[in-house]
Structure formats: C-alpha cells, structure tokens
Design a protein around this ligand. Structure first.
Ligand code: FES
Ligand code: FES
Length: 157
C-alpha cells in the first residue's frame, strides 16, 4: 500500500507492505543509510530514529504506523552542525568504529531536547537503549554533559 511519511521535514510517498519495518523503507527505498541495521530485533538501538521527537527503534516500528508522525533520522540533523551536542561529539571524538553512533546521537539529542540538565544517572539510563560494542560510553556521557553546559550557558532560561 502507498503511505506518506514525513521524514526530515519532507513528505515522501512510499510503497510499504503492512508488516515492513520503517528501517527497510529508510535504508532500502530511500537510501537513508545513516540509520543502521544491526540486531534487527529491537535490542541494540543502532536503528534509532525520532518519531514525533521521541527515540524509536526503526526495526521494530512498522512503516505504515508512522503515517502522520514526524520522523527524524540522523540525516535530518545535518543542518544543525552548530548544535552543542554535535559540536561536543566532534570535539571529544566520541566515535570509535562509528557503527552505533547515529543511534547514540539521535538518543542523546532527544534526551537534551526533553531535559537540558540531565544527571549522570539519567544520561546512563537514556543511553542504555543503544549498545556500543567499542565501549565509547565514557565519551558519550562526557559529550552530553558538555553539550548540556553549553546549552544552558547560551540560554540560561
Ligand atoms: S537494529 Fe533495531 S534495535 Fe538493533
Ligand atoms: S563506536 Fe563502535 S559500536 Fe559504538
């Protein structure tokens, strides 16, 4: 069936069988390969996207269920190079192999969008949804804390 998806600010019409996960539509039909396929069973978080600004695992959401929702993939953050989170990620050289990192950034972005001053425990809890085989967690936490400080310094309200 044809379904209209709102991805990264644009409405896109795609053909999607009832059961096809959003992940396959993003990667195979639309070439948005920044969203990664790893476990495929909702465990690793490499496929994390934002659905109506909340993190969601694209391998576990049917594309047809996403009609009418706002979908943001890592490509959708490309025009936000000045965002403190992305700057901190680069400055602190967070990635190692990089495979999990779009899922990490999407999840961290959602965390800071909803809470500008998360505690270390809140960061760890939010980020536990995304597994990093390379063990970049200390740098991930540091980058989120640095971004949080920058955001609050820029806009203390
Ligand atoms: S590929 Fe979706 S959670 Fe692992
Ligand atoms: S940076 Fe390699 S899996 Fe996370």
């Amino acid at each position: 069936m044809a379904v209209t998806l709102h991805i990264n600010g644009s409405a896109t019409r795609v053909e999607a069988d009832n059961d096809i996960p959003l992940l396959w539509v993003l990667r195979d039909q639309l070439g948005l390969t920044g969203t990664k396929y790893s476990c495929g069973i909702g465990v690793c978080g490499s496929c994390m996207v934002l659905l109506d600004d909340m993190p969601a695992k694209a391998c576990r959401v049917k594309a047809t269920e996403c009609a009418g929702k706002k979908i943001t993939t890592i490509e959708g953050l490309a025009d936000q190079a000045d965002h403190p989170l992305l700057k901190s990620w680069l400055e602190l050289q967070v990635p190692q192999c990089g495979y999990c990192q779009s899922g990490q950034i999407i999840t961290a972005y959602a965390l800071l969008s909803n809470k500008r001053d998360p505690s270390a425990d809140e960061i760890d809890q939010a980020m536990s949804q995304v597994l990093c085989r390379c063990g970049t967690y200390p740098r991930i936490r540091q980058a989120i804390q640095q971004a949080s400080e920058l955001m609050r310094a820029k806009d203390p309200s």
